[in-house]
Write a protein of this length. Structure first.
Length: 540
């Protein structure tokens, strides 16, 4: 870089190092939690993915962003074809996902309960360089879990090997079509019907948002007319194309024009007799498809943290290069104060999300106790809603760390912010998820499990310098536990109006205890914990 005042002044861009090797917070967490033999086995692959994420994947993502999907409705001869063309980069990112086992890692279960955690770290490294190709991977993972839990042997054999393949030629993805014109949050107005014809289901209706419409499979909801006159909602699985590659009675009406996630094809569809298979308990479609939602919500949280990390990595590197007022940004106390606050938010979010991965891994391998399962059900919506808002705020601040450059399209930074913005919308908005938290705590086990886990962690906090924070965390927990009863007593709407504050309080307080434990074990500095606790833990 030449000196300021020089007519040829050129700024040095921010650069990324290996995204695994360079991540001190992740490294410390893994060392502190994962058994040494597991870590030894997974580390080389993570390091390779950390390099890939800052190498060829960046080129693929740039190509995918530069060439958004295009819908070709008719061929040259007037034949309706409804072909969605995607960029070369997007296809290559699918290939990388298969090769890296972004979905498969969780189901091969090579490391027992740690397999899901291992996969979370892979998603975390893959996502910010993937032009959000993680979206189809999330839905594919949710579909795999649904099949594992609810499908019969034939269907499992037909579809699961594709969804879990590491061979890009064999690998399939799955969509998840829940949203109709009547609503994305409230699916009770679903109008698609499943009619039985010659003993097999066919679907008829419109789907208003279908993400990753180039997938081979989809799970969806429809009114099951086999059940009763009203047709309760059941869950169905379908293949989008026949063996010749023609759509199975599906019309693609148009592609969505979105604020972000521009490389991802999202379409409006009409199903005109699409063959489908019912999966799960008839008439309990919402409960069955919630299996997908809980997986995709966990992905959402991992992705949110991964964007925070990417933004911070860029801003930290830039602070060592950019000069203003005669000094590097990293020599400017206020700039560094801002970065330190962001780092504390990121560190908290990463601890929360990795804890979710531990719990999910235990649940899926039969290693979870009742408390683990209850805590997992509670923390899934909490982590999703909380980290989504954190990511938007953090990445917005990161753009500011670059000044005007952060607002320039060709730096790639605006795309980061646009892609973060969807995280608090899809897979359940902040308010819908806050209401889900109320649904969860209707059963006493959820808050009992939270309290038990926090008390266990608080009990081992011995360091005198953590004593004051220990008391604050304990006080916040007490308020959280008391709130549902006091809110319920103070009026019909009080629980609902307080639901968001309640969910945020759980997120900040539970994360505080995770950070306190990490500080006690010297995995993070106590300064990070102090910063985290500067924002009130309980906001009730
Ligand atoms: C980058 C990573 C992510 C990428 C993926 C992006 C893909 C984007 C595609 C989409 O955005 S797809 C659309 C996503 N849609 C949603 O997330 C829906 C948001 N709305 C809700 O979550 C509502 O709360 C809900 C639809 C569930 C409300 O429906 P109902 O029918 O009014 O719920 P109800 O009656 O309370 O619950 C029905 C059953 O489901 C109950 O069980 P029982 O039948 O045993 O009583 C509930 O306990 C159960 N249930 C609901 N949510 C659950 C759940 N069970 C487990 N986990 C949950 N989360």
């Amino acid at each position: 870089m030449t000196t300021i005042g020089d007519r040829d002044f050129i700024q040095a861009p921010a650069e990324l190092a290996n995204q695994f090797a360079d991540d001190a917070v992740l490294q410390a967490w893994l060392k502190g939690h994962v058994p040494a033999e597991v870590l030894r086995e997974i580390q080389p692959g993570l390091e390779a993915l950390g390099a890939r994420a800052v190498g060829e994947m960046l080129d693929m993502a740039a190509d995918a962003e530069a060439h958004p999907p295009v819908l070709v409705s008719y061929d040259a001869w007037g034949q309706r074809v409804d072909r969605i063309q995607v960029a070369r980069g997007w296809k290559e990112l699918h290939r990388v996902a298969a090769e890296e086992g972004i979905v498969a890692t969780a189901y091969e279960r090579r490391h027992g309960p740690w397999s899901r955690l291992h996969q979370f770290v892979r998603i975390y490294l893959y996502n910010p360089s993937s032009a959000i190709c993680t979206c189809p991977m999330a839905m594919t993972d949710g579909a795999a879990r649904v099949l594992e839990l609810h499908a019969d042997a034939d269907l499992k054999q037909r579809w699961l090997p594709h969804l879990l393949s590491r061979d890009p030629q064999h690998f399939w993805t799955s969509g998840q079509w829940m949203t109709e014109r009547s609503g994305g949050s409230d699916v009770s107005g679903t109008a698609t019907v499943a009619l039985l014809e010659n003993g097999a289901y066919r679907l008829h209706g419109d789907k208003w948002f279908t993400s990753a419409t180039t997938s081979e499979l989809a799970l969806t909801l429809a009114r099951d007319e086999a059940l009763d006159a009203d047709g309760k909602l059941s869950m169905f699985g379908l293949e989008l194309r026949d063996p010749q590659g023609r759509l199975n009675n599906i019309r693609v009406n148009r592609l969505k024009d979105k604020l972000g996630t521009r490389a991802l094809p999202t379409a409006e569809l009409t199903l005109t007799g699409t063959p489908a298979v019912r999966i799960g308990t008839p008439g309990h479609g919402v409960r069955n498809i919630a299996t997908v939602l809980n997986i995709t919500r966990a992905y959402n949280a991992v992705c949110a943290v991964s964007y925070m990390r990417r933004g911070l990595a860029l801003a930290q590197d830039y602070a060592g290069k950019r000069q203003a007022f005669g000094k590097l940004l990293r020599e400017q106390p206020l700039h560094m104060e801002t970065l330190s606050d962001l780092h504390a938010e990121f560190t908290g979010a990463l601890h929360l999300v990795l804890q979710l991965g531990v719990l999910l891994g235990r649940d899926e391998t039969g290693a979870a106790g009742g408390d683990d399962r209850a805590l997992l059900r509670l923390l899934t919506p909490v982590a999703k809603l909380f980290t989504a808002k954190q990511a938007i705020a953090c990445v917005s601040e990161v753009l500011e760390c670059f000044g005007g450059q952060g607002y320039m399209e060709d730096t790639g930074l605006p795309a980061l912010l646009r892609d973060c913005q969807v995280l608090s919308i899809w897979e359940g908005t902040t308010n819908v998820l806050s209401l889900d938290v109320l649904r969860v705590i209707e059963k006493p086990e959820a808050l009992e499990a939270l309290a038990a886990d926090m008390q266990r962690q608080l009990a081992v906090l011995q360091r005198p310098d953590l004593a004051v924070l220990r008391v604050s965390i304990q006080r916040a927990l007490k308020e959280i536990l008391a709130w549902p009863r006091s809110a319920a007593a103070s009026g019909a709407d009080a629980l609902e109006t307080g639901a968001r504050r309640f969910a945020f309080s759980i997120a900040r307080t539970y994360t505080a205890v995770l950070l306190a434990t990490a500080a006690q074990n010297r995995q993070i500095s106590s300064e990070v914990l102090q910063r985290w606790c500067r924002t009130p833990l309980c906001q009730l």
